[in-house]
Design a binder for this molecule. Structure first.
Ligand SMILES: Nc1ncnc2c1ncn2[C@@H]1O[C@H](COP(=O)(O)OP(=O)(O)OP(=O)(O)O)[C@@H](O)[C@H]1O
Ligand SMILES: [Mg+2]
Length: 199
């Protein structure tokens, strides 16, 4: 499967999502292509150890010649152009768009959705950084998106410091010593199952 993670809005959790979607699929050969020039995914992989391959855009051709990958996940940059986003979505089986349920992030999400309007892209919104004590924001955003007939994953990714620790240590969140690490990983197990069920 070819899955891209993108949004016109920066800092919504694209890299965290791409890393953990790849971690979900890693039982089969999986490649994460980092097309963000900051190379956040690539740097993540170099800080520690991940069980899937991570390369930048330039290295992807060589990586694909060396191995037959079953799954390819694209992490993309926050400052992606409108055309870039459309090309990304039509070039993938699925575009996952992380969105943080807070008022300040909604404009960026609406703009992203407008860019995809009229394309044949298959995309789905992922509510990310959902705070356990502020569930109302997530419920309201989900209702607004349902109203607009925009597809939204049932799974929500909780706001947990374990994800930040995973990034700092260069591992997937199931390898982090944190009381909430298993909850954090469970959310991506649920997401992965939902992606597979949709495919
Ligand atoms: N579910 C979460 N819980 C807690 N922290 C999170 C979560 N998702 C992302 N973060 C944190 O939010 C910050 C931004 O996340 P990330 O780098 O994944 O976003 P991004 O969309 O890739 O950003 P950019 O646009 O700069 O590439 C990071 O510090 C990350 O650890
Ligand atoms: Mg990123």
């Amino acid at each position: 499967m070819i899955i891209s993670v993108g949004s016109v809005k920066g800092g919504v959790g694209k890299t965290n999502t791409a890393i953990h979607i790849a971690a979900y699929f890693q039982l089969q050969p999986t490649l994460l292509v980092d097309s963000d020039r900051i190379r956040a995914s690539l740097l993540w992989s170099k800080r520690g150890q991940l069980m899937f391959d991570v390369v930048d855009e330039i290295q992807q051709a060589k990586a694909m010649r060396a191995k037959r990958y079953e799954h390819i996940v694209f992490d993309t940059e926050g400052s992606i152009t409108d055309t870039g986003l459309r090309e990304l979505s039509t070039g993938s089986d699925l575009l996952v768009i992380p969105a943080i349920p807070e008022a300040s992030a909604t404009d960026g999400l609406i703009y992203t959705l407008q860019q995809l309007d009229g394309t044949k892209a298959k995309y789905k919104i992922l509510l990310n950084r959902v705070k356990h004590n502020r569930v109302k924001e997530a419920t309201e955003l989900r209702a607004a998106l349902n109203e607009m007939e925009v597809p939204v994953f049932q799974t929500e990714i909780p706001d947990l410091a374990a994800f930040d620790k995973a990034s700092a240590q260069g591992v997937a969140v199931y390898d982090v010593q944190d009381p909430r690490a298993s909850r954090a990983w469970q959310s991506f197990l649920d997401l992965g199952k939902e992606i597979e069920a949709d495919a």
